[in-house]
Design a protein around this ligand. Sequence first.
Ligand code: TRP
Length: 338
Amino acid sequence: MRVFSGIQPSGNLHLGNYLGAIVNFVKLQNNAECIYCVVDLHSITVWQDPSKLQKNIYEITAGFIASGLDPEKSIIFNQSKVKEHAELSWLLNCVARVGWLNRMTQFKEKAGKNKENMSVGLYTYPILMAADILAYKATHVPVGEDQKQHIELSRDIAQKFNIDFKDRIQQLYNKDEFFILPEPLISGPVPRVMSLRDGHKKMSSSEISDMTRINILDEADLIANKIKKAKTDSDSIPDNYELVNDRPELKNLLSIYAGVLGESPKKIIEDFSGKQFSHLKTSLTELLVERICPIGNEMKKIMSDKSYINNILNNGASKAREISEPVLVETKKIIGLS
Ligand code: TRP
């Protein structure tokens, strides 16, 4: 079992990243070989302020460490330091089909009506993601639910490559398949943390209003204010979890509560049933201040030590290259480029 996953350094590491991904990353590092990547090349598919990008890369790295990832156990690095990602991505661009990319719902959602004006990178983004995964022959990819389609695409690309070059793979390496088809792992405590202002939208670092999310670096009073102003409905809290399905904002606050505490939402609802929203909100604020603020404080400490972070990223990049470089060399050989 080899695990690969990535988070974009687009600023504002938030509760969605933490509950949907990082908590799971930390658990996995004790049972598998894990590679965690700050995917800076993905983040520039939409414009990033050059004066902030480096800081954002440090922020994600610090978030990884503060949450419990151990650079001795897991490989931690940023994507642009390992050129194999970009190079393999080109090779896979020539394997993937336009029709496949045209089905990607994340591109359609991000581009909206403005498709013609998006960067080509945003369109081919899932191919770079496939390169990230396939360059390490990762078997498992922990991601939020929204990334499932991209993992499917990575599988399709791996499979088409294996079929297109079947004879060559057989002849050179005496194997039936070269790339491994990766499996998604959707088992974070909360696979989809939603916006505090709209229970139908994912919590996101690119949302303009900061009130839609809890950032890991938020101070206690800001967290209190965001939770207080979080959207709710006017009913009280039912005793059965099935009944929250058509109340997305309530469902979201309960899942966040459960996720941070490490309990199931079904159990949490028993504690709050019959009570008003304000009661849930007060308890949730206390819980977040108790569990999330210390991670934020630790992140700030780590971020103030740039040479420590640089060290982690440089070491991680050289370990990553030890795996991905031979894969790229072999891929080029299979294609006939060397
Ligand atoms: N696209 C992922 C996201 O936005 C980030 C990502 C890039 C990724 N490359 C990856 C996730 C490889 C898993 C594996 O969440």
